[in-house]
Every structure is written in C-alpha cells, then in structure tokens.
Write a protein that binds this ligand. Structure first.
Ligand code: MN
Length: 260
C-alpha cells in the first residue's frame, strides 16, 4: 500500500529508521582473495585519474576504475559456483531484483573468532542462537558477525604457509540453513563466504557449493555488523548489472529501526 511506503519514507526522514553502511571503502590496498598460483586470480581494485580541474579537464574531476567481480564488499551470484551454473536467473543481470532486499539474522560469533581465527560455525551454535533470539526465518540473510572487518589489512586475509585462517561455516550448517531454514543467502565480514580452510571441507567450499547450488546468494567483506540487532535489520544489496556477471562490488546498506 502507498501508505506503507510513505510511512517508510517518513521513518527515514525523521530518524525512526536509520541506515547502517555495511560496505568497506574500495581502495587499491583493500585485500583481494588470493588463490593458489596455479589458478587464475581476481584483480584488485585499481583507480586511474583522468583529470582533476587541470589541463586534462579544466572544470572536472573523474577517474577510470578497474576491478574484479569479487573485490571489496561484494555479492556472489549462483552462477559463481559450478553447483549453480545451470540454474535459471543465476547471474547478476538476471536475478529478480526483488531479491536485492531481504531481512537479516545476524549471528554474533565475535568472541569465539577473537579467541580462535579458525572458529567454525556449526548447527548446534546456530540452534543455541535461535533459542536466544528466535528462529531464523525463511528468506533471511544469515550474516556471520566475526568483527573481522576491524582487522588491519595485513591480517585480514589470515594467510599463513598452510593457507588462510579465517572463520566460517562447516558443511553441515550451510546445508541445514538452505534445506531446513530456507535462507536467502549467507554473508560474512571475511574475504569470502567460506572458512579459510574450506578447501579441506567436504564438499570443498561448502558455503559456495550449497548456497549457490540452491540459487542463494553470498555477501562478503561486510563491515559494521556489530551495529546491527540480531534480528530486524533489512539489507539492501543490489549488485552491478554486469551481463552474465558472477558477482560484483556493491554498496550494502542495512535499514534498522532506531531504538525508542
Ligand atoms: Mn565472491
């Protein structure tokens, strides 16, 4: 109803609804995921000044940018993974845009991740969270709050000689979130939706395998999840409309009801 939309607009303008920016700033220094050297690599963000009120353009400032699809705060489409490659409407340009707005359940694992960078999200952990906060609803984003966004860039990817050490979900909990909770997607503050050691899991990279195999979405390199309530935030996350794109950097916003 139109009155709902007007009430929403009034809520925004009068401060009853506030916006939390869940986006990291895109810079050339922001860490980009690194695969083993035998694989192709995602390019980091690059910026090249075209002109800045100078002889190249006396009254205007602008830049050329280049960026990998999976760089900075970004969205993963189902076509990103082999398990989702044949699904209908699986690329960023063909996903129904209604899917770019959805509520979130924010699972706080920040204490556990501070104590253990290899923290693994499990079904029992989420079940305990549900007892305290209410059940995860069908169509919810599940966002893993790790406070990883607060790490300096040098520590962000968690790279050691034996691979990345960053928190993430085990295979069972991702399958369960899709099949038993019918979630919208899975989002993290780390460099990917999967655990840093997720290539050793069965199946490898289960967040990618199960989420995208069932047409669900991913968000990663999120920030400010500590500013969201466990339930009640609505996430706006519309990727760039790249033809047949597997994902894209984007601005991710959370709408949150201000506490009275
Ligand atoms: Mn990605």
């Amino acid at each position: 109803m139109a009155s709902d939309l007007l009430a929403f607009a009034r809520g925004l303008s009068q401060g009853a609804i506030r916006i939390v920016d869940l986006t990291q700033t895109l810079t050339q220094d922001f860490p980009t995921i690194q695969l083993p050297p035998e694989f192709g690599q995602c390019a980091p963000f690059r910026l090249e000044e075209v002109s800045r009120y100078d002889e190249r353009g006396p009254a205007w400032y602008w830049n050329n940018i280049s960026v990998g699809e999976h760089c900075g705060t970004h969205f993963d489409a189902p076509i990103h993974w082999i398990s989702g490659k044949d699904l209908p409407n699986n690329a960023v340009d063909t996903i129904d845009p209604a899917n770019f707005i959805a509520p979130a359940s924010v699972v706080d694992c920040s204490k556990e991740c501070a104590a253990d960078p290899d923290f693994t999200l499990t079904i029992p952990f989420v079940e305990t969270w549900e007892k305290q906060n209410g059940g995860i609803a069908a169509g919810d984003w599940v966002l893993l709050r790790s406070d990883w966004s607060k790490k300096p860039y040098a520590e962000y990817a968690g790279l050691r000689s034996d691979g990345a050490h960053t928190p993430g979900p085990d295979a069972a909990v991702v399958k369960w979130l899709v099949e038993e909770r019918d979630v919208h997607g899975f989002g993290t503050e780390t460099i990917g939706t999967d655990h840093g050691q997720g290539h050793h899991f069965n199946p490898p990279f289960p967040a990618h395998f199960y989420m995208h195999g069932k047409g669900r979405y991913g968000l990663q390199c999120l920030t400010n999840l500590d500013l969201l309530p466990p339930k009640g935030a609505v996430i706006v996350s519309a990727p760039l409309k790249i033809k047949n794109g597997s994902g894209s950097p984007l601005r991710v916003l959370a709408l949150v009801e201000a506490s009275p």
